[in-house]
Design a protein around this ligand. Structure first.
Ligand code: FPP
Length: 245
């Protein structure tokens, strides 16, 4: 009993610093309700607000959400066009709440490939929240992990060729060439699919992973709390041994 108490005390503090989420299942959620796929994305954007606020409340330092992959450009034009409008719709509704909660917005990916108005709203949200000191909410948009690594290594190769640095890259320095330099503590994918889909391949080397059947539009605060609870009970050894005392 006493030991259970001690364990609970310890695990309550064991909050992942960096959480990444593959927000999957918007389309299926909508289809199962006889709605257009875009209705799933709209509800999904509302969930971004709920989950960001809950993650901030729980003490997560950085939340990275996979909002648009490099492969998503292959979707039908009307869906791509809707996805490009989502950041604008999202920030016009929720920017004040993000400010009130001291949340800092950033993005990871090749934002320059988006239409000008999409870029404008994202860059405005980044500027507006840049002095906030709470959680970082990072939207991965036009993001692909392989491309992220290629772009980083092209930059590195240029620096070496120009004599700006030696060819002596460490793992830490490799990370610094990426859009997301941090290691991920917890990766969650919603909607039952069990794959990584080119998301943060380098950064998840030692991440704990949770694949939940819940579709993203239904993934609420309680669902996130369940994942945090599960994380707290995992024993992370990073390839070594753990002290069981
Ligand atoms: C995957 O579900 C989801 C996406 C491709 C889009 C995710 C975007 C959001 C949740 C909103 C983003 C919000 C902001 C603020 C930018 P899917 O369409 O592949 O679902 P399916 O597998 O059921 O078809």
């Amino acid at each position: 009993m006493f030991f259970d108490y001690v364990k609970e005390e310890r695990t309550m503090e064991n909050i992942p610093k960096t959480v990444a989420i593959i927000m999957d299942g918007n389309g299926r959620w909508a289809k199962s309700r006889g709605l257009p796929r875009t209705a799933g994305h709209k509800k999904g954007a509302d969930r971004v607000r709920d989950i960001a606020l809950e993650a901030q409340r729980r003490g997560v330092e950085k939340l990275i959400l996979y909002a648009f992959s490099t492969e998503n450009w292959k979707r039908p034009e009307d869906e791509v066009s809707y996805l490009c409008k989502l950041p604008g719709m999202f920030f016009s509704r929720f920017i004040q709440e993000l400010m009130d909660n001291d949340i800092r917005v950033t993005f990871a990916g090749e934002i320059e490939r988006f239409p000008q108005n999409t870029r404008d709203v994202i860059e405005k949200a980044v500027r507006q929240t840049s002095h906030n000191k709470g959680m970082e909410l990072c939207l991965a948009i036009d993001y692909g992990s392989r491309r992220e690594m290629l772009l980083g290594m092209q930059k590195y190769a240029d620096e070496v060729a120009e004599g700006e640095r030696k060819n002596d890259l460490s793992e830490e320095e490799f990370s610094s060439y990426l859009f997301v330099p941090e290691d991920i503590d917890l990766l969650i994918r919603t909607s039952g699919e069990v794959r990584i889909s080119n998301f943060l391949l380098w950064q998840i080397a030692y991440a704990e992973m949770i694949f939940t059947p819940i579709a993203w539009p239904d993934f609420d605060e309680a669902a996130l709390d369940e994942c945090l609870k599960e994380f707290a009970h995992r024993s992370r050894r990073f390839g070594g041994l753990v002290d069981e005392n």
